[in-house]
Design a protein around this ligand. Structure first.
Ligand code: FPP
Length: 244
């Protein structure tokens, strides 16, 4: 078990967002630009994920949530889906020990039962192995969709017989996959797309949105640092009026 080190309050004078969420987009375009198959882009994407996890640990980010496979991604060609599952399995096989040594605690967001049983087991084992770590929580959204998450939470609340009088935002949040975690401060989307694509649609209600033209395999430590600087230049209002 690796305990969280003293968190730096700032990084070169900039406040480090507690919770960073990333829509990792542009693997396919990264590969196409180089005349490579899409799978090569996804492999580079996985390598880049390792760099970004290292950077989050270095910068003192407490929670990183990544969108790795959406409920909509099942519509992709079967060969690409299989390729993404293989990458996920390989990441778990090859990286879990190192992530554990770094103090990373793995969580899964989404419907685990929808993926093949061997991969489910690998995910469960990695979660179990890293459960006591608290340097960085790494939420892997895999077979995840924001609407499906809200429906799932609603069904669970109905099954638990929650009365409408008792239901408030705090109770609702406690039924989401992110129960107990603070909401993301910033949502980064690579590859220049300006959509939220069903990602953390409840949790990111007040997050700062940071689109960047960098394709995911090219979004490295320096790009993450730039996102943190940009976050510091935003004025977070949470719907309030800020007095001059
Ligand atoms: C979007 O790019 C990316 C994905 C659908 C997959 C993200 C997956 C990884 C980065 C692999 C590593 C992570 C794990 C844990 C499995 P795209 O293919 O839509 O790119 P495009 O829009 O340029 O085609």
């Amino acid at each position: 078990m690796v305990k969280r080190q003293q968190q730096p309050l700032s990084l070169n004078g900039y406040i480090v967002p507690k919770h960073i969420a990333i829509i990792m987009d542009g693997n396919g375009r990264w590969a196409k630009k180089r005349g490579l198959p899409r799978q090569a882009g996804h492999r580079q994407g996985a390598e880049n994920l390792r760099r970004i996890v290292n950077a989050c640990v270095e910068f003192g980010v407490q929670i990183l949530t990544i969108y790795a496979f959406s409920t909509e991604n099942w519509a992709r060609p079967e060969s690409e889906i299989k390729g993404l599952m293989r990458i996920f399995a390989r990441v778990l096989d090859q990286e879990t020990d190192d992530l554990n040594a770094q103090g990373v605690c793995l969580h899964h967001l989404g419907d685990l039962s929808g993926i093949e049983p061997k991969l489910q087991d690998k995910v469960r084992r990695a979660i179990e192995q890293t459960k006591d770590n608290d340097t960085l929580i790494l939420n892997i959204a895999f077979n995840y969709g924001g609407r499906a998450e809200i429906l799932h939470a609603t069904k669970m609340m109905l099954a638990d017989g929650i009365s409408p009088d008792d239901l408030d935002e705090e109770l609702f949040s406690s039924y989401l996959f992110t129960a107990g975690l603070p909401d993301p401060d910033i949502v980064i989307r690579t590859s220049g797309e300006l959509r939220i694509s069903n990602f953390l649609i409840w949790q990111a209600a007040y997050a700062e949105y940071y689109p960047t033209p960098a394709l995911w395999p090219d979004f490295g430590r320096e790009e993450l640092y730039k996102a943190i600087v940009a976050y510091n230049q935003r004025e977070r209002r949470f719907g309030l009026v800020i007095e001059e």
